[in-house]
Design a protein around this ligand. Structure first.
Ligand code: ARG
Length: 479
């Protein structure tokens, strides 16, 4: 009589890869290689990815229907535990994928071992990260649109107000305050476009089914999984796929450019809220006091936005550097992609959360902005253009007005205060119109070129932005 086979133990096995080994890992090596503390946040995406995979395995008859169902139920239970916050982590859980598999063993027994048929952690982790980034991009796009709406509201509210535009931080030409506000908005529109392209570009291609690097012998259906998970396409080459982190770089790049925008905006807020400028008064809730100087109200939040952008730029450089020497397909170095990604999206989203109300609640000071235009001769270009209209070559006109400005500066006058006779001393071609031309309002209203600061152009721009923000469909990648 043949002896009865021993009943299979349903206890979770040790390392998934332990078969090839006769001894366990050194605890120091185990601690060093574990990514669980970082990638635990991928757990819900890992479950969804596994559910799609198992559903397909069942349909393709690679697993029995009953087996697939049992695994699905187990996965559902783990998701509930995650939502309740009751999942226990052990030091043997190398990463989030192994944690889920270990827990599945504990819940449904050895059939759990069938879940990993026809896949590898190499294509699994990519799927998790892409699903995660899809959600992050959607949240970032919403954040960008919220801030654009704040800028639009501010620009509409302050229509007609005047301020100096600066180059080299020196007064250059007068502009409408709304034109300046819309300038910041435009940069965020480009950011929105970048994140939207990412969402419908590389983040929309399913990596699962590439397996370790060469594909699989099992009759899988990748299109089916793509459809289940809401991806439009599947990636083309299994070797390329498992080593590809371009989509991470694209995300970090889009985020870094966006952080540069928030940083430059923050810099202007710091600058314009200084006691020397007083263009902006920050709401008290978004300013901070000094521990020693009782009079202070500092723009710390704006400074932190500027400072944290440095971390986001650093995260892009980190991943570029991790990737630069890697041979084709999966190398464990790739595990290091997650920290920069998570850190970047956390900072960006938190920045939006604080930036929107800070902008919305700040007060702009018309008086200070207008009177800053009384310094630095911001309408000098107009005076030169006036001579050009009389046929004087621009270079000559430039020199003439330069001399007029020097004179006015010596006399403590503004260009508007020079008489026609005085102008004519500098050049006989000055006409009576020069007295109007050098006025602030005139200077602005004559800048009618497309994209210029004339109020007709700015009003049209406001209308266009309002239309886009309030009537255009929002980008959504359905899952
Ligand atoms: N934790 C790993 C990572 O994030 C998962 C992939 C592990 N693959 C492997 N062949 N060891 O990259």
């Amino acid at each position: 009589m043949t002896p009865k086979p021993k009943k299979m133990k349903t206890k979770a096995p040790g390392k998934a890869w332990s078969g090839r080994f006769t001894q366990g890992p050194d605890p120091r090596a185990e601690a060093y290689s574990s990514s669980l503390a970082v990638d635990i946040r991928l757990l819900p995406y890992d479950i969804i990815g596994s559910q799609a995979h198992v559903e397909m395995l069942g349909r393709q008859k690679i697993l029995r229907r009953t087996e697939a169902r049992k695994i699905q139920q187990g996965l559902q239970k783990i998701l509930q535990e995650w939502e309740k916050g009751s999942i226990k982590i052990t030091s043997q859980d190398e990463d989030v994928h192994m944690l889920v598999e270990r827990r599945l063993y504990e819940i449904i027994g050895s059939v759990a071992g069938k879940m990993h048929t026809a896949r590898s952690r190499n294509d699994q982790v990519l799927t998790d990260v892409k699903l995660y980034l899809q959600d992050e991009c959607e949240e970032i796009i919403q954040g960008l649109r919220t801030i654009q709406k704040v800028f639009l509201k501010l620009a509409e509210k302050h229509m007609g107000w005047v301020m100096p535009g600066y180059t080299h931080m020196q007064v250059a030409q007068p502009v409408l305050v709304s034109h300046w506000l819309l300038a910041h908005l435009e940069a965020l529109v480009r950011d929105e476009t970048r994140f939207t392209r990412l969402l419908f570009g590389s983040l929309d291609e399913l990596p699962l089914g590439s397996a370790a690097l060469a594909g699989t012998t099992h009759p899988i259906d990748r299109q089916q999984v793509a459809k289940y998970l809401g991806f439009s396409r599947v990636t083309a080459n299994s070797m390329d796929t498992v080593g590809d982190r371009d989509f991470c770089l694209e995300f970090l790049n889009a985020a870094a450019i966006c952080a540069i925008h928030t940083s430059r905006l923050a810099e202007e807020i710091v600058w314009f809220s200084s006691s020397e400028y007083q263009f902006i008064t920050l709401n008290q809730g978004f300013s901070t006091g000094s521990s020693i100087m009782p009079q202070k109200r500092n723009p710390d939040i704006a400074e932190l936005i500027r400072g944290r952008s440095g971390k986001i730029v650093g995260n892009l450089v980190t991943l570029l550097t991790v990737l630069k020497g890697l041979p084709m397909t999966y190398n464990r170095d790739l595990q290091e992609d997650k920290e920069p990604i998570f850190n970047t999206s956390d900072i960006l989203i938190q920045t939006f959360i604080v930036l929107a109300p800070m902008l919305e609640s700040m007060r702009l000071n018309q008086e200070a902005m207008q009177s800053a235009c009384q310094h630095g001769f911001p309408t000098a270009t107009e005076a030169a253009d006036h001579l050009v209209a009389q046929g004087v070559p621009f270079r000559e006109a430039h020199a003439v007005v330069g001399r007029a400005v020097t004179y006015a500066a010596q006399e403590g006058l503004q260009l508007e205060q020079l008489s026609l006779a005085k102008w004519r001393n500098f050049h006989p071609q000055f006409q009576a119109g020069i007295l109007q031309v050098v006025r602030l309002q005139n200077s602005i209203e004559r800048k009618k070129s497309l994209g210029g600061t004339a109020s007709s152009r700015v009003k049209a721009a406001l209308k266009k932005v309002r239309n886009r923000l309030f009537t255009a469909k929002k980008a959504k990648k359905g899952k």
